[in-house]
Design a protein around this ligand. Sequence first.
Ligand code: UDX
Length: 479
Amino acid sequence: MTIPYPNHPAVPAFAEVEPSSGAARPRLAFLGTGYLGATYAICFAELGYEVLGFDVDEAKIAKLAAGQVPFHEAGLDELLRTNLAAGRLRFTTSYTEVADFADVHFICVGTPQRGDGMGADLSYVETSVTNLARHLTRRVLIVGKSTVPVGTAEWIEQLVAKHTDPELGIEVAWSPEFLQEGFAVEDVLRPNRIVVGVKSEWANGMLYAAHKGVFDLAATEDREVPLVVTDFATAELVKVAANAFLATKISFINAMAEVCEVAGGDVTQLARAIGYDPRIGNRFLQAGVGFGGGCLPKDIRAFQARAQELGAGEALRFLHEVDLINQRRRSKVLQLAAELLDRRSGPAGPDLSGTRIAVLGAAFKPNSDDVRDAPSLAVAAALAKAGADVHVYDPQGMENARVAQPALHYESSMAEAVTGAELVCVLTEWADFRNADPQALGELVAAKRVIDGRNCLDALLWARAGWEYRGMGRPAPAV
Ligand code: UDX
């Protein structure tokens, strides 16, 4: 018997699979309950699966088990609590328990940039797979989800072969994720595609069963979720290729901003105009202080390092340029600050000592508390290094920012941050900042100067309220 995939007659029928746990639907485990794993675990429980989340971090597991999401993600808290209460979702720090429980094990641990270079650190992947494999006693599928260098799935297969009894028939597959922070719940429940890299019909069928909840939800909403069934290497490459493309799109528009700055053009209008061409599209064309976060910066670096190892370094040389453009946009804010504050720049950059600057935004993007490689926080630190007295406010990212950059001053509101400032820098486009009243803020500052690092303010409105305004890649408004 086969399980047909209703919306994709072209996809080969999936072999029927019986979870070795004996459950009607495969039981799922997510190893690594950071941002990725916790979100997946909670959302798959919401889709009706029995789910176990595993992590070596006892504090994190205790928090999740008590109904608290350890990071900020819209809608996730409520789903965590309802699914814990429904008994479909549990958390553990025991490899024995996770190995006994699940039919499909998703590896969701972190793959940070290595301390000694641009490549990805796979030590967490190695530890979790090895320890899991040693505890397995029946046939299960191990599915990689973390973003990894191409070739990792084959390596995991070897690790699994080394640490398990071949008689058990344990297999490996790859299924990348494409979560955007702030939209992660939707991205899991209603993904714009599912990609699986498999080597056998059994693995294919198991993965289908593990995603049936997603396809069923789509069917009830009269939607389709495109499915790409492919080989290991392609599945691994899809993720880094997608992130490289997005990073390139952002750096492309930021390069246009640099040209606009010297030519007297306005990059926001340029982006709008080219974006009407459906081949280009208007998304990810927002010029500003550039991309940050836990994914794009490290992924383009790891991708270059891997291509180099494979002898295809030249193919990705442009990603180095993408990275440089991105870094230059951060420096541009310092340059604008020096200009506005009428300070000279020496070879070591501008001297901003004795100035008070408000930085609005610490998270790498709005609706997130994530400050990993955040352009806003990097700029705040650089302003402080140049001698400025920097006061930071962010609606969600304060706690993480304090840990990452303890030497800066943190204020508990936008009003407190801007009070007495000679310059205000808006570096994350939170709605609170976009909609701030320039008249009211003008009453609090020492001097009305603003750098709009995300081109998110109404330049004319601010200029009319008496502010000296500078955007990124656009001329100062003529009042
Ligand atoms: C990204 C990918 O979008 C996602 O598919 C992948 O799974 C993980 O990496 P995320 O890191 O959540 O997601 O952030 P994203 O929304 O892509 O933004 C990345 C950075 O680019 C942010 O710092 C954002 O401010 C910046 N950005 C985005 C721009 O500077 N301009 C734009 O037009 C869009």
